[in-house]
Design a protein around this ligand. Sequence first.
Ligand SMILES: CC(C)(COP(=O)(O)OP(=O)(O)OC[C@H]1O[C@@H](n2cnc3c(N)ncnc32)[C@H](O)[C@@H]1OP(=O)(O)O)[C@@H](O)C(=O)NCCC(=O)NCCS
Length: 249
Amino acid sequence: MNITDSNFQIESPLTLPEDEVQLWRADLEAIGADESRWLQVLPSDELTRASRFHFSRDRQRFVAGRALLRMILAGYLRTDAHGLTFSYSKKEKPSLASDHADCGITFNVSHSGAIALLAFTRRREIGVDVEQIRPDSDLEAIARRFFSVHEQNQLAALPAEKRGDAFFRCWTRKEAYIKATGDGLSLPLKQFDVSLELGEANALIATRPDSSEARNWLLREVSAEPGYMAAVCVRGKGWKLKNWSGNYE
Ligand SMILES: CC(C)(COP(=O)(O)OP(=O)(O)OC[C@H]1O[C@@H](n2cnc3c(N)ncnc32)[C@H](O)[C@@H]1OP(=O)(O)O)[C@@H](O)C(=O)NCCC(=O)NCCS
């Protein structure tokens, strides 16, 4: 579902078949101003976190994003959004706490600019990343620092006018993978290669030192809107991707 204003309704119960990865998109700028409504959905630890934001715009986006995550999960679980409990890995990846373990629902969230993507599936590790494409003169320096040699070579082989999009394609694919594993930046970004090709069936092309790890994951680009790049990475094969328009990609 695509949430573009605060009048949205989440039909409950929501269904999440075992073989699907479902993506939701939200415009946090558009719904963030309705803050008092979203604050009611958050428990005290998340209210404390919200109170630490310096800028009200950032706080409103956080509050709206968290409330939305809770409301969608509550729709899948047929329960109350406020009462849901999360647990956090050592690297701070959130997941549903063990009291909700039977449903097997896993999720991951990403935001960039005003956009949030929320990805849900069952019994599979999952990571999602969205980035706003920003013209940045330092792309080559960033690529040298974070991208593997194979990725840098793919980028350098492209005509200059295609390098901007390819950079963000690479970045979102790498982020989706490290978010799926839950390692975050503790996983050295040069220890795996992603493809920069458009429409690649599986963009995770090599992992080191265990080369067999690459075959355990499916890393795919998501058709985001103009000006954004996005990717999703899920452990295991045999799932289909339902985007926020309700279409299978
Ligand atoms: C979590 C991380 C992996 C991604 O952060 P990010 O790209 O800045 O932010 P995103 O919006 O995509 O994701 C944030 C969400 O991921 C989730 N998250 C937090 N830790 C996570 C982890 N270890 N694994 C997976 N998901 C995590 C949370 O839900 C978080 O949402 P919240 O801030 O509302 O709590 C982080 O380790 C990071 O700092 N990345 C830095 C980016 C970078 O330099 N990348 C180089 C790429 S080439």
